[in-house]
Design a protein around this ligand. Structure first.
Ligand code: EPZ
Length: 421
């Protein structure tokens, strides 16, 4: 097991290169199941969730190799339609292979994903979407067992009660090879889904409404491989901007897409930071932090994936702030850990009430999930003295070279082996 040992109180100053988007890669990789062939996915981040998805696709019979952010997949020998529990349990996004397997083989047997740290995360919208496309689905021993009537899915009109990112991606991929037309209403418009749709178009899919909440797909008989460059990671970018704001720093982010960060840029400016936004870079100069209430929302609203990080920042604000997360009502496991560092926060009815201005002081804290872990690091960077952040395997899931990038802009952070879990 590893932990981070962090000496707080240092300003983050300098330049950071943003990596490819974890959630972008996790959408593109299952799409390579749809058409046998070789694929080159550039700007793929070298992190645990990508390795997990690679292992899953390999166990289906394909070949995956990641060299210096260049991911090569050969899906010609892919011959299994079963995604086993030992793989899916490690990462919920593994469930995104359901639609592509159904589309390619006319059947699929995919383990239900495990719950997530902040409560159950259902997949009912994924299943309902596949049923609307003509799949017969049963739940057997923890697996979703699906088969397309007559071996081929049929286009349908589908309304998503919640504009789920994963369900949109799963249904979109399945629909590309369905017979006839599919219309997905209330589709997710997250940049990672838009990028997936564009990749599928490169593969020969016929999709209208890309980037909007209404996707129209004309099914085709077959697709062909294509190459793609993964979009920049907007959540990593936001995490570094918030860390710079939290430490009174001054950073410049390179290779990011500011258009994917409009809501985050707006609240950082509202909090008093000075930002300079260019076509593929953002610089931030921190000032005294003002309290800013946030409520997470689907894109282009404030992403739930920056909620823990923002909560950490608000502990420094010169006033009180409310942080609400209606996307994940239980995503507050980081609050008790922030309180261990001296924060003054109460959670009432799925909203965190942060009383800012209390100086944090070093302590040993735990990461309960990926973004909570990032919030712990931000808080430790703010805190006076030494902090230890445990269970950083969560952080390694979604941040490439996290401590190296932070060290490069002045943080005192070391990765250390520990028996503490
Ligand atoms: C994606 O998860 C991201 N993961 C998450 O990022 C992100 O937090 C989430 O979208 C919301 O933006 C990947 O892209 C790999 P959802 P996903 O389906 O697809 C409910 C990170 O830190 N829902 O959009 O699983 C669900 O419970 C991760 O990088 C259903 O009710 O999220 C939640 O309340 C964490 N039924 C809401 O929809 C379903 O069938 C949004 O979930 C599916 C979802």
């Amino acid at each position: 097991m590893d932990k981070f040992v962090i000496e707080g109180g240092r300003r983050l100053c300098g330049r950071v290169k943003v990596s490819g988007a974890k959630n972008g890669s996790l959408a593109l990789m299952p799409a390579t199941i749809l058409a046998p062939g070789t694929y080159h996915l550039a700007n793929t981040p070298n992190l645990r969730d990508v390795w997990t998805m690679s292992r899953l696709i390999t166990c289906l019979g394909a070949f995956c190799e990641l060299n210096d952010n260049e991911l090569f997949i050969d899906s010609r020998e892919l011959n299994s339609y079963e995604a086993p529990y030992e793989h899916v349990k490690n990462m919920r996004a593994s469930f995104y292979v359901l639609g592509p397997l159904l589309a390619r083989f006319g059947k699929a047997r995919v383990s239900l994903p495990g719950g997530c740290a902040w409560g159950p995360r259902p997949v009912d919208l994924h299943i309902k979407g596949m049923e609307r496309l003509g799949a017969e689905i049963t739940l057997e021993n923890g697996y979703v067992v699906a088969s397309a009537r007559n071996g081929k899915l049929t286009g349908a009109r589908i309304n998503l009660e919640i504009s789920s990112v994963g369900a949109t991606g799963n249904i979109l991929m399945a629909a590309t090879l369905a017979k006839g037309r599919t219309l997905i209403s209330n589709a997710a418009t997250e940049p990672e889904i838009t990028a997936l749709a564009r990749f599928l178009m490169k593969m020969g899919a016929k999709i209208d409404g890309i980037g909007t909440a209404i996707l129209e797909i004309e099914g085709v008989d077959e697709l062909h491989p294509a190459d793609e460059i993964t979009i920049p990671d907007r959540i990593e970018a936001a995490t570094f901007l918030i860390a710079a704001a939290a430490t009174g720093g001054n950073i410049e982010l390179d290779d990011c897409n500011p258009y994917h960060l409009t809501s985050v840029i707006a609240i950082l400016e509202e909090a008093g930071c000075v930002l300079d936004v260019n076509s593929n870079s953002i610089s931030l100069e921190a000032t005294a932090i003002k309290p800013v209430d946030i409520t997470t929302a689907i894109y282009p609203g404030i992403p739930t994936d920056i909620q823990p990080q923002w909560t950490a920042l608000m502990t420094k604000a010169n006033g009180n702030a409310k942080v609400a997360d209606p996307i994940y009502k239980d995503r507050f496991k980081h609050i008790p850990e922030l309180v261990r560092l001296g924060a003054n926060i109460d959670v009432i009815e799925h909203t965190a009430f942060v009383r800012g201005g209390e100086a944090l002081s070093g302590a040993t804290v735990m990461s309960s999930d990926l973004r909570a872990g990032a919030a712990m690091v931000i808080a430790a960077l703010m805190a006076e003295g030494t902090s230890e952040v445990l269970r950083i395997y969560h952080i390694d899931r979604g941040y490439e070279e996290f401590e190296k990038k932070l060290t490069g802009i002045g943080a005192n952070i070391k990765r250390v082996k520990t028996d503490l879990i």
